[in-house]
Design a protein around this ligand. Structure first.
Ligand code: RB5
Length: 153
């Protein structure tokens, strides 16, 4: 079973605990990178930690959470090889896998209720990258990220 890295800030601590329980129920292995309580922290610390765990290959995919899902997705996306998608409904979560091969899902605890977050997570976990025409677009992102000046070719 896949290993899923989890990370959140204080705003999403309860949601992270909820999603962790859900993933364990589903049979996933978890790498919980914090935060570990409701005290105020900075979301980049956790978004980047999850991004690095995925980028290094220590974890297969990651799920990051903050108040909106925005700050922590921006942070995770700074890590090479990470494609983090902030989603607030299941359709975009599914398409983020099928079209964008998103390897990190970002959720906002102030945007989605916990039960709805579970639906989004399940949709995202079950969806597969479709490759085909989408592959060359993903490759352009990777080439740009690697400093290839010919990335559009
Ligand atoms: C923390 O108050 C909040 O700014 C953070 O959780 C997040 O929403 C940032 O994008």
């Amino acid at each position: 079973m896949e290993v899923i890295a989890l990370g959140c800030d204080h705003a999403a601590f309860q949601l992270k605990e909820n999603i962790k329980d859900f993933l364990i129920e589903l049979g996933y292995q978890i790498r919980d990178l914090g935060t570990s309580g409701p005290g105020s922290v900075d979301y980049p610390d956790f978004g980047i930690a999850v991004g690095e765990a995925v980028s290094r290959g220590d974890c297969d995919r990651g799920i990051v959470m903050c108040g909106t899902g925005i700050g922590i997705s921006i942070s995770a996306n700074k890590v090479k090889g990470v494609r983090a998608a902030a989603c607030s409904e299941p359709f975009s979560a599914r398409l983020s896998r099928e079209h964008n091969d998103a390897n990190v899902l970002a959720l906002g605890s102030r945007i989605v209720a916990p039960e709805y977050a579970r639906i989004i997570v399940k949709e995202w976990l079950d969806a597969k990258f479709q490759e085909g025409r989408h592959l060359k677009r993903i490759r352009k992102i990777s080439r740009y990220e690697s400093g290839d000046t010919q990335w559009k070719q």
